[in-house]
Design a protein around this ligand. Structure first.
Ligand SMILES: [Zn+2]
Length: 514
């Protein structure tokens, strides 16, 4: 049975159109985008007063850090910084049981789904017991995170982190014992076991999840008449793995080379924290005589499968050689401002055609559109100008460069920054983590969200300025439906298992913090 979703406005090929329907098959794959007048015997689902946009991709997450939200916003030392925040994060990381990690991850993923995120790149570095002993199943904690994503319905790239040491010329920190695979052989063995488990459909649907599929979902009436939303329905998400050397600080060069060559042989995605803090850059210069970006570039470790997370403290001169490798940057502006990391030089990256994707990282706030607008806003504050990323050559292809009266600008100029930022949140994120999503096109999964056109933060927008209203002005309360692989996971702004997830997470927080 074909299903035709019929919103009032549908965003495809960078513009909103009315009178269009998204048609998908039983498997949740988009078969075509058709005019409503051309529909045949598809089951029609009307989404009145809704605009439909592709689901967003959150390319960088540490789900468990959701437990420290609200608990680090005070001054603990004379000069508070990333490094003092990190100590607080470690104190939480060392206290979580496998079940706690499941509950914290489920809370983070639930919040993502409610904001229109349909796929996540989870940069996962909690591997062992708090004292560093390996669990009977060395991937136990990764599987808890995967189970959480499956329950919420998100697609997930489990980016398994390699973490070998505390830092160059640094004493081991006992609080990092949970993260460390000191030998590459152990790291690669565990990664391989996780990857082959996920390739096996039996494991994917049950055994690795290690729990009766249906126990989590409460019986509840079907809201809003949406198909696939009902008692005991299970949303199955797709999951895959990627390689994530933590940083040049935590992974020495020989280890890094081995892990990246493993990824290269298997065409796996590689994510790595790069140049987040000046201290990381200076330690790298001390150890190797090169900055992190120069080290990675000169050792041939960058490629179009590589995403450098943060990439803030870089020199303009280092960007063209980085760009030549095809590597991407993942900016996490909400976390970066919270931690005092600095400002991603997005204008310099874009001038060199480096694609940028976005992540919510520490989850101090989960709202990828907020990250999208901050990518531009931080540069405005720094440069005392407006519209910094506007008129980017990538966006301007085919558009006239002549000055025009802003009142008569065509669509592709009115919202050029919003288009670019929305690409960062969708297609670029999908490319970074290897998700099959990011755009509403035939052949891709039906992963989308809707916004309510009468919601106060976007009310009155026309189809020409709607995307800019969504990107720059909307609140997450505008998000009403979220559909992943053709299956609704959020309806009328409520997630299928919202109450239970929140209840268990609240219990966890009480146990952790009293
Ligand atoms: Zn991170």
């Amino acid at each position: 049975m074909m299903i035709a979703w019929i919103p009032e406005l549908l965003y495809a090929e960078r513009r909103f159109e009315s009178g269009m329907a998204l048609v998908c098959d039983d498997a949740g794959t988009i078969t075509r985008i058709a005019r409503v007048d051309d529909l045949k015997d598809e089951k029609k689902i009307s989404l009145a007063r809704r605009a439909m946009v592709p689901g967003m991709v959150n390319a960088h997450s540490h789900a468990f850090q959701r437990v420290i939200r609200g608990r680090t916003e005070y001054r603990a030392t004379d000069r508070d910084s990333f490094w003092t925040w990190r100590e607080m994060m470690y104190s939480a990381a060392t206290r979580l049981s496998p079940e706690d990690i499941y509950d914290a991850s489920r809370m983070a993923f639930l919040e993502m789904a409610l904001t229109g995120i349909t796929a996540v790149g989870e940069f996962h570095y909690l591997h062992h017991t708090p004292d560093g002993t390996t669990y009977d199943d060395p991937n136990l904690l990764a599987k808890e995170v995967l189970r959480a994503a499956a329950d919420v319905g998100l697609r997930i790239a489990l980016l398994r982190v390699a973490y070998a040491r505390s830092g160059y010329d640094t004493e081991p920190n006992p609080k990092q014992a949970r993260f460390i695979d000191a030998e590459t052989a152990a790291y690669l063995k565990n990664l391989e076991a996780l990857a082959s488990g996920l390739r096996n459909p039996t494991v994917r649907e049950g055994a690795s999840i290690d729990r009766d599929d249906n126990t989590i979902l409460p019986d509840r009436p079907t809201p809003a008449g949406l198909p696939g939303w009902g008692p005991r329905s299970r949303v199955s998400a797709s999951a895959w793995v990627g390689v994530a050397p933590h940083s040049v600080r935590a992974v020495p060069l020989a280890y890094l080379k081995e892990v990246i060559s493993y990824a290269t042989e298997r065409s796996m995605k590689v994510h790595m924290h790069v140049a987040e803090q000046p201290a990381e850059v200076s330690a790298c210069v001390e150890e190797y005589g090169r900055t992190p970006v120069a080290l990675l570039e000169s050792e041939g470790l960058l490629s179009e499968r590589f995403t450098a997370v943060h990439a803030i403290h870089v020199t303009p001169k280092s960007i063209p050689p980085f760009a030549k490798t095809g590597a991407m940057v993942c900016a996490c502006p909400t976390t970066e401002r919270n931690l005092g990391d600095g400002v991603v030089p997005a204008d310099e990256y874009l001038k060199n055609d480096v694609p940028i994707c976005l992540g919510t990282d520490s989850h101090v706030q989960i709202d990828l559109l907020e990250d999208a607008r901050e990518l531009e806003y931080h540069l405005r504050l720094q440069k005392l100008e407006r519209a910094i990323l506007g008129g980017n050559p990538i966006v301007r292809v085919g558009a006239s460069s002549a000055r025009q009266d802003p009142g008569t600008l065509p669509h592709d100029r009115v919202s050029d920054i919003a288009d670019l930022l929305f690409d960062c949140a969708t297609v670029n994120g999908a490319r970074s983590i290897g998700a099959p999503t990011g755009a509403l096109e035939a052949g891709k999964p039906a992963d989308f969200f809707t916004v309510d056109l009468d919601e106060p933060t976007i009310a009155g927008a026309s189809k020409d300025d709607l995307l800019a209203s969504i990107v720059f002005s909307s609140s997450r309360t505008a998000v009403r439906e979220v559909v992943i692989g053709g299956k609704p996971v959020v309806s009328e702004g409520q997630h299928l298992i919202q109450e239970e997830v929140i209840e268990r997470f609240s219990d966890l927080q009480k146990r952790l913090w009293g």
